[in-house]
Design a protein around this ligand. Structure first.
Ligand code: LLP
Length: 450
């Protein structure tokens, strides 16, 4: 995936490069960095930092562009947004209005999706280890499809559907043993990964499942990995699926649907990111003539560029290296510490583009050495306490992966839409954290009796 920490100052994109490749960002000579036309310093002054910013227009633009790539090839495609990447109600409502359903991986996500008005017919349930309660909820709501991840889950779904007096639609999620050529921690389609049913086993299982009374298999599903940057692994995985569809049909069973998963990568640093057209082309070429209902489950490609994390410099710390200590940390944005991922880091002040820069290590205040956003990264040489900084492309797997480690409450979230902006999630308080805890009486009784 993106370049590991430390970044390479010789090849890191410059601030003008970062702006050029991100149409939602502009540097204004008076107001500094704008996101979708709104000055970020205004939002920071009003709601404080750290603050997640989401751009509604960016999301709509990307949702339309992705859909258009398939329409251009006359390839009917059901779009299921992988809501694990960004699950705010506002995001789901915008995507629903753009005609998207969702790919969910928990009962909690199902509840969120239904609450956002997404119809059960637009919900596909993926994920290893669905509990009985989650499967029951899927059956009761009659969602479009459960992507079954194991033999055990298939039989469990049948039992649960029988108890509910229903017939559940399901697809077998296949593990095709394809290397997605991405970061080890976000690869899902290799033989040793925990996901899906081994492809050699899946064809026979499809046949066995025909005898189940309360599950109707509608097809196959696959998800190879995330932040995939080249066509090769997509092609390899989909060709394997196409062969399986033919084999299953040859054995006399019907295959109506193929779910192609997510995984389309984006440019964080200087990657040559694949276009939606590349994905549409590979799907058309490998699965287009099978006469199946096709769907995809994109997460990152839609949501990552719709967000940034706005932070303020707490202090700079001289040393070797010199540090910039931000008020955001790994509890807010976990990606750099988890996956050594590279995120653009830009000054918000108008002088940011022209000031001489120097290399800094950019860190958060959490008490762990892994709480580091970037090493050897260029920021203005005169960066100082109080300066605002934006961490880019954090709309996917950003706020959703936050924790409250070090008793750092969840940050505030703001939506920008056509020049307007509003808080869409209040900053959590420490009182909120404490209020969720209870203390057994016997502990405080000791205080009372000395
Ligand atoms: N479908 C399934 C079944 C998935 O497991 C995933 C992601 C997706 C779709 C969406 O993949 P995308 O289009 O977003 O690549 N936290 C990691 C990414 C984990 C992805 C897990 N599965 C990160 O921050 O890079």
């Amino acid at each position: 995936m993106s370049a590991p920490l430390p970044s390479d100052p010789a090849t890191d994109p410059s601030f003008p490069d970062m702006l050029e490749t991100r149409p939602s960002l502009k540097m204004d000579a008076r107001d500094g960095l704008l996101f979708e036309g709104v000055p970020l310093h205004v939002i920071a002054a009003a709601v404080g930092t750290p603050c997640w910013i989401t751009g509604a227009e960016t999301l709509r633009r990307r949702a339309k562009a992705l859909r258009a790539a398939f329409e251009a090839r006359n390839l009917p495609m059901n779009m299921h947004f992988a809501m694990k990447s960004q699950d705010h109600q506002a995001t789901l409502i915008i995507l629903r209005q753009c005609g998207y359903g969702v790919d969910i991986v928990s009962g909690g996500e199902m509840q969120r999706a239904l609450h956002a008005g997404i119809q059960p017919s637009g919900i596909v349930f993926s994920g290893v280890g669905k509990s009985d309660a989650e499967l029951r909820a899927a059956v009761e709501h009659d969602i479009a499809q459960v992507n079954v991840e194991s033999v055990e889950e298939l039989y469990r779904l049948d039992e649960i559907a029988r108890a509910c007096g229903r017939v559940a639609r399901a697809a077998l999620r296949v593990n095709p043993d394809v290397d997605a050529d991405t970061h080890d921690k976000i690869s899902t389609g290799r033989a040793g990964d925990k996901f899906g049913i081994e492809h050699r086993r899946a064809v026979a299982l499809y046949g066995e499942a025909a005898s189940l009374k309360n599950v109707r298999l509608v097809g196959l599903a696959v998800h190879l990995g995330s932040q995939m940057l080249t066509a090769g692994p997509f092609r390899e995985g989909y060709l394997r699926l196409a062969d399986m569809v033919r084999e299953i049909r040859a054995a006399g069973h019907s295959v109506e649907a193929v779910d192609c998963g997510g995984g389309l990568g984006i440019r964080y640093r200087d990657e040559i990111a694949p276009s939606p057209d590349m994905l549409a082309g590979v799907i058309a070429e490998t699965l287009g003539d099978l006469d199946v209902r096709l769907s995809i489950e994109p997460g990152r490609w839609l949501s990552a560029p719709t967000g940034l994390l706005l932070t303020r410099v707490i202090e700079t710390k001289a040393g070797n290296p010199d540090f910039v200590v931000l008020d955001a940390a790994m509890n807010d944005l976990a990606r750099p510490s988890l996956y050594e991922s590279w995120h653009g880091i830009m000054p918000v002040a108008p002088s940011g583009l022209t000031s001489p820069t120097k290399l800094w290590d950019i860190v958060g205040p959490v008490c762990e050495s892994s709480d580091i956003f970037a090493r050897d990264r260029a920021l203005p040489a005169d960066t100082k306490r109080g300066d605002l900084t934006a961490l880019l492309d954090t709309g996917a797997y950003g706020s959703v992966m936050s924790s409250t480690y070090n008793s750092r409450p969840f940050a505030v979230q703001v939506l920008i839409d056509n020049g307007k902006w509003e808080i869409i999630r209040q900053r959590q308080s420490v009182e909120d954290l404490i209020a969720a805890e209870t203390v057994p009486k016997w502990l405080t009784a000791k205080d009372d009796h000395g």
